[in-house]
Write a protein that binds this ligand. Sequence first.
Ligand SMILES: Cc1ncc(COP(=O)(O)O)c(C=O)c1O
Length: 383
Amino acid sequence: MSADCAVRPIHLFVPTYRVEECLAQVRECLEKGWTGLGFKTVAFEEEWKKYTGLPNAHFTASATAGLHLAVRILKESKGWAEGDEIITTPLTFVSTNHVILHERLQPVFADVDRHLCLDPEGIRKRITPRTRAVMFVGMGVNAGQLDAIAQVCKKRGVSLILDAAHMAGTRVAGRHVGHEADAIVFSFHAVKNLPTADAGMVCFRDSKLDSEARKWSWLGINKDTYTRTHGQDAYKWRYDVEHVGFKYHGNSVMAALALVALRHLDEDNSRRRHLADRYSELLSGYPGLELVPVAPLCEPSRHLYQVLAANRDELMLHLNKREIYPGVHYQDNTTYRMYAESGANCPRARTASDRLISLPLHLRMNTEDVDRVAYAVREFYGG
Ligand SMILES: Cc1ncc(COP(=O)(O)O)c(C=O)c1O
């Protein structure tokens, strides 16, 4: 395929909304006069628990908010002290690591494996008497060695937090991910594979922590407005403030969009896997490229299609000239000023950070679009 054919731009992410279904859901909110916390947020939390099998689900304004709640509440409930350590990955969006710093805990960076996820061996080596948790990021491609890491955490008595921003609908051995973690956090940002505009979900294993999260995400108030409005008792207006909390809860308009997206999630992820398989077919074994292997037994959401590419930055420019706009997930966080003092030694993450490229993958693409991108990549490497 020649570059002359490349007329229609192919972007990295373009969300797909089932517009009529979304409008019907949002209309219900508007007609009822309830767009905030409650109503659709409750309905979506119930549907999410049914879909994932997870025992608790608290709908939040974003995954960043959910991650912060996860760290704050585990810290409070387990009595972690300032300076205690969380082992984490340098290859992630900064939300993952910022929430550790927000809580004045110490991020300890460990290296990634060939799945671009934390390597259990690196974690074992970094566990100290001050290690309180491991923060595992499931990359858009797969769940890496999550099971082995859950075993390490269990054995060493440290908590496991799963940043599953990319993992809505990801299953391992037929079961939705998350059951192995103390807290798991999903993103429903517009560009994710379950798109709203901005929203997330934090799911605690322990129901007591889920109740705490609801207070923390509503400024520390111990009775939400939905309960106050719909309660029967004469004192339903009265509440106490137990914490100096945050304004982190989600709203019914976002939940309305999420309810529609959830109905189609399995079908959408399966289409993503189909497009990803086509990429792999065309790019596997190609000189200059290294594919990221999907972990055994993992059925990924395929939020991303990532490869490691020689001369990545030149490849990006080559694709841009052909109206193809890939992205990078992610730059090694320890190269950022905020994390430069971390003393991290993660050579695999550093190499990956220089070579990673995410090729366009979204539901408005068809296999011809994938072919166009893949042939443009091959053209760059001379074939
Ligand atoms: C790995 C990871 N964690 C957390 C986030 C934050 O998600 P949100 O935008 O919903 O706060 C993102 C978003 O890109 C992400 O990729």
